[in-house]
Design a protein around this ligand. Structure first.
Ligand SMILES: [Zn+2]
Length: 159
């Protein structure tokens, strides 16, 4: 079998950032898949599952309710390696097009107070596996170390 595109990315030089992972066509519509990379692969600690799970609930809540992008969101979910997330949007985008959206999303999480949406036995398959304080710390770190100082090297995949 052929190696799929996401396994051909050079993870040795990949930095935290926002990348266009792929574009697919569904009928006449383009779907852009973004790689929201939060930790440097194999060089920084990965996120634990509880904070990944908390980030998943909060990002989904933020995105589905977004006034501009809400109806463009196909999916956002964690990478199995726990270094980031994939975000799928309906439309043909560059990574720079969503820096403001992703910044706003992680500010929402950094500043979030209260009950994690959907963290109940009726609404979730593992509702106790949550860590809001660490999810907030991770969001703040991603903002300070990446999104607030984002450069070309955090927006275009390394060679
Ligand atoms: Zn859940």
């Amino acid at each position: 079998m052929e190696k799929i595109t996401s396994f051909t990315i050079n993870h040795l030089d990949l930095l935290p950032g926002i990348y266009v992972s792929r574009k697919d066509h569904a009928g006449s519509e383009v779907i852009t898949t973004f790689d929201i990379r939060m930790t440097a692969p194999n060089r920084e600690p990965v996120m634990n599952t509880a904070e990944v799970h908390t980030l998943e609930h909060l990002t989904a809540t933020f995105l589905r309710n977004h006034p501009v992008f809400g109806d463009k969101v196909i999916y956002m979910g964690p990478m199995g390696c726990r270094t980031g997330f994939y975000l799928l949007l309906a439309g043909d985008y560059r990574s720079a097009d969503i820096v403001a959206l992703v910044t706003e999303m992680f500010e929402f999480i950094r500043d979030f107070e209260g009950e994690v949406p959907g963290a109940s036995p009726r609404d979730c398959g593992n509702y106790l596996d949550m860590n809001l304080p660490i999810a907030k710390l991770i969001a703040g770190r991603f903002l300070d170390h990446c999104l607030y100082v984002i450069e070309e090297k955090n927006l275009v995949y390394p060679e």
